[in-house]
Design a protein around this ligand. Structure first.
Ligand code: CUA
Length: 327
């Protein structure tokens, strides 16, 4: 029985490993041009290394098990010449030429839309700069048109962060005082996940974002709609807005069309349309919003936003209803 258990455990491990190769945040499940190039390079290198490993093991088994008796000098020299000089030179040159050949394709310029992304402790400031039309400011969610090379300008005002959307391509450091460029093209509509991949402080692991790749026409309509203020709230949402303004949330957050015009924290103009809150920390539900405002110090250690543990529950819930209504 024990003899069968080992292969079974191995199979389970392989299955577990392979299951993490797919999904919204996997470089091995590419949905964009750049990620596909990188994934192909990965497989070519992996299979190439596997073949070389098998050849070396084959020679070792041959020399130690199959024909352990001494060989003549001529055989030894031939092995060194072909196996030690010619084969590695040809193989490594071929892999190098293939790898270098991919690089210019990854550096092609964008096709009009530019998105500025600033990594901040611990969220993402997003500014869309379309070829025509006004700027659109957002946070913690990036929308992209499918089939278009979009140029990202990446920077940071505080510490080094890194921008990576494994399904689409990347990753590039975000360095204070510098602007790094990255061009990505989504090939399949869908929702993906990006993350900060450079340790940047206590909440580094709580700094992710959703990426929504949309059909071109749908994206154009979405972007155009962003320049109008969200609809006037009524009922509980209106009460929430008044509380939001009265408690001074507008000192750090901006909501277009209101007197809230702060720029320290994330822009909340279309907050309700995002699937997650707190840079993909929690699902965007009224309960989660209220909880986030109440105990952000617990949910996101060292974030600049102060917690509001003393706000009455009914006020928190009204603010949550208001924020959720901003679509
Ligand atoms: Cu930002 Cu890690």
């Amino acid at each position: 029985m024990a003899r069968h258990r080992l292969p079974l455990a191995g199979l389970a491990l392989v299955a577990l490993g392979l299951s993490s190769c797919a999904g919204v945040q996997s470089a091995l499940d590419p949905a964009g041009h750049e990620a596909r190039q990188v994934a192909t390079l990965f497989w070519v290198m992996t299979i190439g290394a596997g073949v070389v490993w098998c050849l070396v093991l084959g020679v070792a088994v041959y020399a130690t098990r199959l024909r352990p008796e001494p060989h003549g000098d001529a055989v030894g020299w031939r092995l060194i010449l072909w196996g030690g000089v010619v084969f590695p030179t040809v193989t490594l040159t071929a892999l190098l030429v293939y790898g270098l050949g991919l690089m210019p394709q990854l550096r092609e310029p964008g096709e009009g839309l530019r998105i500025d992304v600033s990594g901040e402790q611990f969220w993402w400031r997003i500014t869309y700069r379309p070829a025509e039309g006004p700027l659109v400011v957002s946070a913690n969610e990036i929308r992209l048109p499918v089939g278009e090379r979009v140029e990202f300008a990446l920077t940071s005002p505080d510490v080094i962060h890194a921008f990576w959307i494994p399904s689409l391509g990347g990753k590039v450091d975000m360095i204070p005082g510098r602007e790094n460029r990255l061009v990505l093209k989504a090939e399949t509509a869908g929702v993906y996940r990006g993350a900060c991949t450079e340790f940047c402080g206590a909440s580094h692991a709580l700094m992710a974002f959703d990426v929504v790749a949309m059909e071109k026409a749908e994206f154009a309509a979405w972007l155009a709609a962003q320049s109008t203020p969200p609809p006037e709230p009524d009922g509980e949402a209106k009460r929430g807005r008044d509380l939001f303004l009265r408690h001074g949330c507008g000192a750090c957050h901006r909501v277009s069309g209101t007197e809230a015009s702060g720029e320290i924290g994330p822009d909340l103009t279309r907050f309700g349309a995002r699937a997650t809150l707190g840079a993909a920390t929690l699902p965007n539900t009224p309960d989660a919003i209220a909880r986030f405002v109440r105990e952000v110090d617990v949910l996101k250690p060292r974030a600049k936003m102060p917690a509001y543990p003393k706000l009455p529950a009914d006020e928190l819930s009204a603010i949550a209803v208001y924020l959720g209504s901003l679509k």
